[in-house]
Design a protein around this ligand. Sequence first.
Ligand code: GAP
Length: 513
Amino acid sequence: MAQQEDVFKKIVSHCKEYGFVFPSSEIYDGLGAVYDYGQMGVELKNNIKKYWWDAMVRLNENIVGLDSAIFMHPTIWKASGHVDAFNDPLIDNKDSKKRYRADVLIEDEIAKYDDKINKEVEKAAKRFGDSFDEAQFRSTNARVLEHQAKRDALHGRYSKALNANDLEELRQIILDEGIACPISGTRNWTEVRQFNLMFSTEMGSTTEGSMKVYLRPETAQGIFVNYLNVQKTGRMKLPFGIAQIGKAFRNEIVARQFIFRMREFEQMEMQFFVKPGTELEWFAKWKQTRLKWHEALGMGDKKYRFHDHDKLAHYANAATDIEFEMPFGFKEVEGIHSRTNFDLSSHEKYSGKNIRYFDPELNESYVPYVIETSIGVDRMFLSIICGAYKEEVLENGESRVVLQLPAALAPVKLAVLPLVKKDGLPEIARDIIKDLKFEFNCQYDEKDSIGKRYRRQDAIGTPYCITVDHQTLDDKTVTIRYRDSMLQERVSIDALNGIIADKVNIKNLLKAL
Ligand code: GAP
């Protein structure tokens, strides 16, 4: 575990060193849980968004796009339930004056029991070697059973308190478990209070009076309130979807793990409107479709798993998360929810407008049901970087850090490197870029030894390095070096476009879906 934490620290500093992610407002000592994307980060982020957008909007003739405003009428957030219920339970330690999420403190405690169990299993696996039967060990070992019983009892009590919104009971659990503040080490806790996660601001001048508006905490509501506009103007028939990519804002209290939990982040959300009664079928279909989208990136199928929710929000009748194995464990990257007709019905009620869909086949109007797929761009970015980061020891004893990014998502597709800065080699290298820059993002680099230049490109995940040498002057061939295998081949300059396009085009990912 400690080793994985070290890897994560290295990934965070790698992101900064190579221009992927910078802390926001860094020269003013930063702003908590807000980050900027640098010259490499913005390219990777744009490629992720394009992969998602094309998979949704281009590949499905019944899904269209939308770009709704961040500011919306404040009643929208009343109707959606965010004003009343988008809360985190907070608790303060009176000695350190530090504020925590009560649910996170308890979940961390549950995770400690899981760690204890896993350690017992690991120890036993080492002891017994090949003959180890993990399932049998878990169901018979006295220590494991004792930890499991305590874990299950705590989990049961916690879920009940959370579902009942019982803040006193959450506090009591923290006291009973003896949970201490990591800063002061004391158990001197305040009451638990609800804290709304929405940011608000004022719209309009003060003489006319101003209106309290919110920075949207999700992009989905922009889709719901436009669904009839899109349906009518696009002459869409059920089932159909609306996809949107945009910023969302949440005043997260426990903001940690780098870009995993941010206060300003970006979502890619798709609401799929279906006939009531067919929603669970569509839910099952979208679960598989979305998993396939992730797996097509080739990061390894074992890196993903579903986490089906057994506790459902009052408006949902099915929900799952797609989790990715980050260095700090399996974590949610995407949520898929069957949201019934809750949001549309609520907007109908609050706005007083009829937003029903007229079904020409049934000759009747109804409020459609909705399946939502919702993925954070930043979390997806983090999962890709974590999955791609590799430290390798080479045959000659040297080491390298390489980002084995899916080629279609890599910020730079090829680097063109003249072996020396003279003899006309830089000019040929520039000519190659002049030709290929219309197809791919290319980088020119002539500084330092060729080995150092390869390492720089490995570190940003460039799949191909093209070296122009003296032989190029004679026969118009260059070497192409492959990032992952580091193998090199001699190929003609004319063949480059074909070789590279075959691997780096997002089209190839889309065709695999
Ligand atoms: N419309 C549904 C919705 O917003 P959510 O589970 O709260 O559902 C969906 O968020 C996705 O948005 C998450 O799976 C995650 O990838 C991303 N996300 C949510 N909060 C985030 C945060 N504070 N920082 C980064 N990404 C976040």
